[in-house]
Ligand binder design. Structure first.
Ligand code: ADP
Ligand code: MG
Length: 298
């Protein structure tokens, strides 16, 4: 009998490409203008976390849906290169792999996303036998994954029953409703990874400490990402700050996804919360030193 290789973390989520056009002027209809630089890279909050977590030495398996097309094959090739197990990646001809086109100007950027396969993953696509090979389940970009919402609380409960710990990152909510059943998922969540803006919008709290406290009443641990200000971690009655690592920031894509990767790389090894959070801010700082979410981890 073949023994399946063990995994540390299963990441269930979206996988897509980012096309970054740098130093591009604002778009105007009926005009064609020039950008100064271009990169086509692996995007997707979940897939960036998977790539970087694998590069940090963690055994990662990815469950998601990708188009059987050029961009899909490119994404898979990148994840495979990083050492991510893709045995349960589902290929489809029914939809195209998603893409986000970013136009950047200095530190600011504007993006348009064609979701395609991004929104196709359902909870039933995450097999229990695969989960049972791992210790932790992570879901990225929750709000973008519409078909995952209905089954997500049951998925997290199922993972916990199988002995896994769980984590989730929502990213921005494109519907701006800030709900999509998230609170029911957080009841079965060990670590919730919002950024400051998301934490405030989710709670309506006035300040980040209050937001972190409110969210920590739902999830076991809340790690709020605060850009150049580092992170704030709340659990039970305890709350502590972690300063950022000072770096020359070049481009912010994937900072939060990398924070998740750094944090989880220690969490699955049983490290203290302080150590996990420090590894998070280190990985976030590393990510912003290069263009795109994964370049600094290659
Ligand atoms: N300019 C920066 N300098 C140093 N660290 C940064 C910088 N920007 C982000 N980070 C690190 O990356 C983490 C995640 O970035 P953040 O922008 O808060 O998340 P998100 O990408 O989800 O919006 C932060 O908590 C911080 O530790
Ligand atoms: Mg984020």
């Amino acid at each position: 009998m073949r023994t399946e290789p063990k995994l540390d973390v299963v990441i269930a989520g979206e996988i897509n490409v980012d096309l970054i056009l740098r130093e591009a002027p604002p778009l105007e209809l009926d005009k064609e203008l020039l950008a100064e630089d271009m990169d086509l890279i692996l995007g997707g909050s979940s897939s960036i976390t998977a790539f970087n977590l694998a590069r940090l030495g963690t055994r990662v398996g990815f469950v998601g849906v990708v188009g059987d097309d050029t961009f899909g094959r490119y994404c898979a090739e990148r994840l495979r290169w990083a050492g991510v197990d893709l045995e349960r990646l589902r290929w489809t001809r029914k939809a195209k792999t998603g893409i986000t086109v970013w136009l950047t100007r200095g530190a600011r950027r504007a993006g348009v996303t064609y979701p395609g396969t991004i929104a196709m993953l359902r909870a039933a696509d995450v097999p229990s036998d695969y989960l049972a090979r791992a210790r932790h389940l992570h879901v990225g970009a929750y709000f973008f994954q519409k078909r995952l919402h209905a089954g997500a609380p049951a998925l997290f409960r199922r993972a916990r029953r199988l002995g896994l710990t769980t984590s989730i990152d929502t990213n921005y909510d494109p519907t701006e409703r800030w709900d999509s059943g998230l609170r029911r998922v957080l009841e079965h969540t060990d670590i919730f990874f919002p950024n400051e803006d998301e934490a405030l919008r989710l709670t309506g709290a006035r300040d980040v400490r209050q937001a972190a406290r409110e969210l920590a009443a739902l999830a076991r641990i809340v790690a709020v990402k605060r850009g150049a200000q580092g992170a704030l971690v709340a659990t039970g009655g305890r709350i502590f700050k972690v300063p950022a690592v000072r770096v020359k920031a070049v481009e912010m894509t994937g900072a939060g996804d990398s924070f998740n990767a750094g944090f989880l790389s220690r969490f699955v090894r049983g490290a203290s919360l302080e150590e996990c959070a420090r590894a998070g801010v280190e990985a976030g700082a590393r990510a912003v030193t290069r263009v795109g979410g994964t370049a600094a981890f290659e």
